[in-house]
Design a protein around this ligand. Sequence first.
Ligand code: LAC
Ligand code: ZN
Length: 473
Amino acid sequence: VFSKVTPALVDRLRAIVGAGNVELDDLEPYSHDYTEDFRFPPEVAVRPRTTEEVARVVRLANDALVPVTAQGGRTSLSGGALCVHGGIALSLERMNRIVEVDAENLFAVVEPAVITQALQEEVEKRGLFYGPDPASRGSCTLGGNVAHCAGGPRALKYGVTKDWVTGLVAVLPSGEVIRTGGKLMKNVTGYNLTQLLVGSEGTLAVVTEITLKLIPLPKFRRTMLAPFPDLVSAARAVTRIFDARIVPCCVEFMDRAAVEAAEKRKAASFPAKGAATLLVEVDGNDEALLEREAERVGEACVAEGAPDVFLAMDEEQRRFIWDLRRSIGEAVKSLAPYKEEDTVVPRARLPELVAAVEEVSRRHGLTAVSYGHVGDGNLHVNILKLGVTEEEWRTRVPAAVREIFERTLALGGQITGEHGVGYVQREFLPMAYPEHQIELMRELKRVFDPKGILNPGKILPDGSERRPFGRRG
Ligand code: LAC
Ligand code: ZN
């Protein structure tokens, strides 16, 4: 159905972005993301510098019926920016300028390839704060964060990417440019296209500029580790913390295997750990109040069975703990081929979810490693290919994944909280929504992208290539 990239098209791409920014040889970096198991090389990669160049490239591709997939840091865990139909990888890597930090109105305007952590550090220098902090913040881009509505540990108190985006410049498949919102805290002028594009995984438009709100940087933090004798009591402690009417900025959950994977990878050890461990951070501007909150968090954990609670003594210890936590994703994946579910439930249902995951994986004879942002009810469940034959893996995993999703949905949850449907979960979308709702999404896609050239093969279960498991799986 799609056309191939021809030499004539390559010439026209060179005319738009310059010959040095059209890559035909080294396509390896553009062929994979953090799902690791998949390799989908594009036919060509282009590196535009401006919105105008993006618009010209996209229009060209649309006219020629060639797929275009926008790419940022390629840290997706759902295959969101993989060129599954080949075509053009539209790498936005050169669009990496912080256009403006407006300290008067408290907004930042950025190009899509700004690394999330780079923006955070830039605004923090001025006593300002940008909330979302995906675990990959040192390598993911704000454009990618917008595409997937990235979350991360601090989402609990500060929200996810969508809560910070107030405006976008985006290129439609026709090559037309739209501007949604701006440096506006309020704006109800027509349909909310800003929020429709956030989380649309690059399937509707290519975002080329982002306006983000900022807030003053919270002054103080306390970071704690609480070990628990079992998974369910750790999950219960989360509810107890909220019962004490405390909203920490992060409540992270790690099971023993997740902790050990990170320790092995980093050749370092967590100062406290149990069958399950909670990492809790509180922040704010009143140090005395914070001390009291930290104490009450500690009490809540002890009441649910934590023998003691470790408090990070200084910024160095805090960084050390977070560094270990942030490495879990990569560490777990390096243990074995895996299938990840990014489950999310209402927070108070978390003990039930944790118990269900344990029960389902045990019954199917599978190894599941779980960690995540339990303060948000968001649990990353990784089923690892350990101690099973090829045949067992093939048959057991799909059944177990379906059951985990069924149980998640029955708890009022959803099948992905922050990693997106992308390529790897789209066959499960019919579990999440009835057909008429998926059809509504298909219609939306058609309105934006009638020829279907923009990041094809994502989100919607079009069934054209059903390949739920990885190359190694
Ligand atoms: C994390 C990523 C995998 O929480 O979302 O580490
Ligand atoms: Zn996460």
